[in-house]
Write a protein that binds this ligand. Structure first.
Ligand SMILES: [Zn+2]
Length: 83
């Protein structure tokens, strides 16, 4: 069952992009096993979370690592390397 839900405050969905945040706590697993324990989340991503959902909903790995939630499928594109 994977219906496309509208952006709503769900503990298992990223408040920034609406995708599954893969939060361990939301899945009923111990928080120590969550990806966010090993992946640093940028302050910009935390600041982008609505006040009401702060501390309630986890962002996803993509939004947590991106400097800012952009409307692009891939936000972490490395800069062009000089030859
Ligand atoms: Zn996200």
């Amino acid at each position: 069952m994977s219906t496309e839900n509208p952006p709503s405050p769900s503990p298992s969905c990223c408040p920034l992009c609406g995708r599954a945040n893969q939060c361990a706590m939301a899945a009923g697993r111990p928080p120590e096993s969550c990806w966010c324990m090993t992946t640093p989340i940028t302050p910009a991503a935390l600041a982008a979370v609505p006040e009401a959902q702060r501390g309630q909903v986890c962002v996803c790995a993509a939004c947590g690592a991106a400097p800012a939630p952009a409307h692009q499928p891939f936000a972490h594109r490395p800069p062009p390397a000089p030859i």
